[in-house]
Design a protein. Structure first.
Lengths: 235, 175
């Protein structure tokens, strides 16, 4: 691959995993410099293009039909019955469930939340998505954690918005819920519904790890504690 | 799980997994928060109705984007919406950035908005949706080599625009 071809690929498909392209990136100082500059531009482009979505996107979308006809230029044709159906169907039930909800203890919250939201189906999650959600709470996740996340979404916690994740671990799927405003007794164990859970104190907030057995949960204690930290400037 | 519950769970999974991508893409193509939400709502409604035709969950994202693009074309075929809200939406996020990055990102967003649709759309598919060149070619019904040329030119124009706006930094040295 000559330099012109390489520069074309940097501009057309900079994240290509083609072996020849990858080899070319390190083939000479000139190629490396071009790749490095392209990486910087891609970082900038990512941040420019990945505009934030509203936290309550589903809530906003499915209440559109309930607003007065004709305002803000929106079409409001969605029949109420269908809107209500979709509201429940599309997972917006979580927001309804959270309304006027109170938990006396964090343990009560963990059981309640897991029973409500514990069976999410794993999907493809990008590291950028993981980082974007954590950034929304002034936190960050290490790449090691972000790379094994199969499900991630904001969720209610006893003290405000948190993050619900399912990690793909060696012992199978393990749920981790980050609770930014909640204090817990570090390493406290819980057992319910054939799962084990461990509370973890973090630098900022806390987390709960929920897995099939105590071993799988305990094995992740240090990893979770070290992987969820305040974003730079927020420690 | 009964059939209806299974269908709902399937839809729930799609809606949650791809809501952010759909909204971002809708914002970039229509440039208005209210219209973007409307497009996503319409997309979900049509997806709900046609869910049984989706045989492969791995194809769900491109299926949803196709629905959204069709709905956009149908809705705005006679009217091109003004780009207004992309800048408004991002200002909140920008406060978390360093001032120098903020300037560059703002200029880059403006440059993206100024790109011709034939350059902007494949670029957004690649950057926002994570599509491969092959997937973009399939979605736009053009050849992969045409996609790559458009992507290359899109980036060239963005970088050129940053240069013209006087942004400092190594990014200029590429071009």
């Amino acid at each position: 691959m000559n330099f012109s071809e390489f520069k074309f690929l940097l501009g057309a498909d900079p994240r290509s995993r083609e072996p020849e392209f990858q080899r070319a990136r390190h083939s000479s100082a000139e190629f490396e410099a071009a790749a490095s500059e392209a990486d910087r531009f891609e970082g900038l482009l990512d941040r420019a293009a990945l505009i934030p979505a509203p936290d309550d996107l589903f809530g906003e979308i499915f209440t559109i039909s309930q607003q007065p006809v004709g305002s803000a230029g929106r079409r409001r044709w969605l029949p109420m019955a269908l809107a209500a159906s979709l509201l429940l169907t599309a997972g917006a039930a979580g927001w309804i469930w959270n309304m006027n909800r109170g938990w006396a203890t964090v343990e009560e919250y963990v059981v309640d939340h897991y029973r409500h939201d514990g069976n999410l189906v794993p999907t493809e999650v990008g590291i950028d998505q993981v980082q974007a959600l954590f950034a929304g709470l002034d936190m960050q996740a290490t790449p090691a954690l972000a790379s094994i996340v199969n499900v991630i979404k904001y969720c209610p916690t006893p003290d405000g918005k948190g993050i619900h994740m399912i990690l793909n671990t060696e012992s199978g799927p393990v749920t981790v819920i980050y609770m930014p405003g909640t204090r817990v007794v570090d390493r406290e164990m819980m057992a319910f519904d054939n799962v084990e859970a461990m509370l973890v104190e973090l630098q900022a907030g806390s987390a709960v790890i929920i897995g099939p057995d105590q071993q799988s949960v305990s094995a992740l204690y240090s990893f979770v504690q070290e992987s969820i930290t305040p974003a730079p400037g927020n420690s | 799980m009964n059939t209806e519950a299974s269908r709902q769970a399937r839809f729930n999974q799609l809606a949650e997994a791809y809501g952010t991508d759909l909204y971002r893409y809708a914002m970039w193509i229509c440039g208005n928060d209210a219209l973007a939400k409307d497009l996503v709502q319409e997309t979900y409604l049509r997806a709900w109705k046609a869910l049984d035709s989706l045989n492969d969950l791995k194809a769900a994202k491109s299926w949803l984007i196709t629905i959204l693009r069709r709905e956009y074309a149908r809705t705005f075929e006679r009217k091109v919406p003004k780009f207004t809200d992309v800048e408004n939406v991002v200002i909140v996020e920008d406060r978390e950035l360093e001032p120098e990055d903020r300037v560059e990102i703002r200029q880059l967003r403006q440059a993206i908005l100024k790109l011709a649709a034939k350059y902007r759309e494949p670029l957004l598919m690649q950057v926002v949706l994570g599509y491969s060149c092959e997937e973009i070619a399939g979605a736009l019904d053009i050849s992969k080599s045409a996609v790559m040329t458009q992507l290359f030119r899109a980036r060239e124009q963005l970088k050129s625009s940053l240069q013209k706006d006087g942004v400092t930094g190594n990014v200029h040295e590429l071009f």
